[in-house]
Ligand binder design. Sequence first.
Ligand SMILES: Nc1ncnc2c1ncn2[C@@H]1O[C@H](COP(=O)(O)OP(=O)(O)OP(=O)(O)O)[C@@H](O)[C@H]1O
Length: 638
Amino acid sequence: MASSSTSDAKQIKVLVRCRPILEHERSHSTDSIYLEKESGLIRLNTRQGNTKEFTFDNVFDGASTQELVYEKGEFSRTVEAVVKGFNSTVFAYGQTGTGKTFTMEGKQDIQKRKEGAGEGPSKSSDVGVIPRIIHELFDRAKKKHGDEVKFSCSFVQIYMEQSYDLLQADMGRLRSARNNRPSSSRKPALSSRLKLRWCKEKEFYLENMSVFDCETPDDMLHRFARGVGNRKIASHRLNMQSSRSHSIFMVNVDMPSEAAPGDRIKSSLMLVDLAGSERVGHTGSNSKKELLRESVFINQSLFALRKVITNLASKRRHVHIPFRDSTLTSLLKNSLGGNAFTTMVACLTPSDTFYEENLCTLEYASRASSIVNQMTVREDPKTKLIRELKQRVKVLEAELVRYKSGLVPAAVTAGHSANALPQQPVVASTPAAASVPSSSATDYEEMAVETQNVNEALMVENADLREQLRFIQAIVTMEDGEGGAEASSSKKDLHTVETAILMELFELRRENEAMRETIQRLEFGSTSHKRHQGGTRRMKKQTSHGKVGRSSQKKGMLTVEQLRSMFSVGGSSNNVMDSLGTSMRVTTTGNILDAGSYEEEDDESARPANVEANGMDPVEQLSELLAERSALMEGNTR
Ligand SMILES: Nc1ncnc2c1ncn2[C@@H]1O[C@H](COP(=O)(O)OP(=O)(O)OP(=O)(O)O)[C@@H](O)[C@H]1O
């Protein structure tokens, strides 16, 4: 079976849009930006005569229509990527009032449109990227997959590092409608706070975020309009301005896989309108304590975003990417330097009063355009593992046939392919096409050195994580000292971050351990291979566990239990918490439960990938083949 896990390296696409000068700005500012649409040149001018030049793929001036931005900005490619199964992101970045919301949502007051039969969202020329993308996505996905494709959406906003569900109020509304409660009680709940969680499969995600199925583009746009309305109400209740929060509209597409008939693939599209950055001085007389606090949070998360962009764009190797520094960067982890097809829309104001802000936006846009994402189709982990195991079984069957016919000398593969299973899945479409890996002493040495390099990189990341952990612990200790309700709530958040980091730390340690074992196996394989060839060269690097590893590895054999534990998802996470001795437990999906609410996992869910639909267990099948092969090898050497 062909692999459906395709991947493609793509740079982040950056568009720059400068809005027209607004009526109220004419009296105190002049147009300070020169744009050349054809060449993509942007020149910033100041009254003092300073100039700075940048070049981008696409630049749009104040006269550019929404339609032109959508077409020339190639948002159809975003749609195409989502329909192919790649995650995608579009995010608007820029100073307050530069037209981010105008570009993403459009000019019309979208939340004022009524829900109801026949009254679909406006398709006027003023609509922004989000409504256009949704229409095109439904069109193209339905054309390709018919009724087999399913859509759903969620809508969240991040305000002062807290995430709020903008569609949870709809659930409240539905419930109260069902209970025939008066319409006055159908108000959006502010209990819509969401917790940021982490698990290995999904990485960062928002727990209990509401997800709504949508049959048509208008269904989805009504949800979107509802969320925009709720954002306004929530803004009012929280005494904030909507523009001072980040909003993320998430579209999920679930469709049949073309590469693996019978399987399904899922892709998601994140449409992000970021809060505007601004200098505190520009908030004028309004810059009271609360506004200042808001600004600190906005700038903090935008600072984290800029740091992530800077580090990702850095040419230095093994540089730490601080995704965990804010809720926003945690949620955008896959969009920046991850596996998504990402478009950044950098928004500018033409007013020369904001030269510094425009310059800052263009500098980050320029850095972002050099970031490369490795796009991958998201495949169900169980399906992926079963597919890989099936491929492995085919390879081993072919190998066995060759052994039986005496074509391959046993020593050639001693200690190699069996042990390489988790690290090096071999892809072969048919048994005939499967070839026995040819190995030489040099191959082994190169692999060992390469593995050692990866190991070292992981150790550096470990050290970074430890450093962060110490920093967080120091803050928690400080908060302990300060006390107060506010302190305890932020302390709780820090504990969540801390737990996420501890979990990742454990995973990294586990990976380190696995790497070390691989090196030992490679050394063992190489030494036995060289002994067989009568070679005298020794491996360059030895690990401290070398001897134990060798004696415990009998001809590179793995038991069924060892294989299971290597592929078990849930077990390891619980071990993390046990070994850390914390009062929390982690379920197979990574949800963190209090000790009191801990639930035992059933065996089935703890063994997600071991049993196929036909009842065969690929792991056992594999183990039997390995045992048979080993016996044959022994026979051959004798
Ligand atoms: N391309 C454009 N053409 C005409 N008017 C525009 C354009 N872009 C923005 N505007 C107008 O500029 C004003 C500010 O735009 P908008 O609210 O979209 O900015 P923003 O960057 O989202 O601000 P904030 O960060 O505060 O949310 C609005 O009145 C909007 O209608």
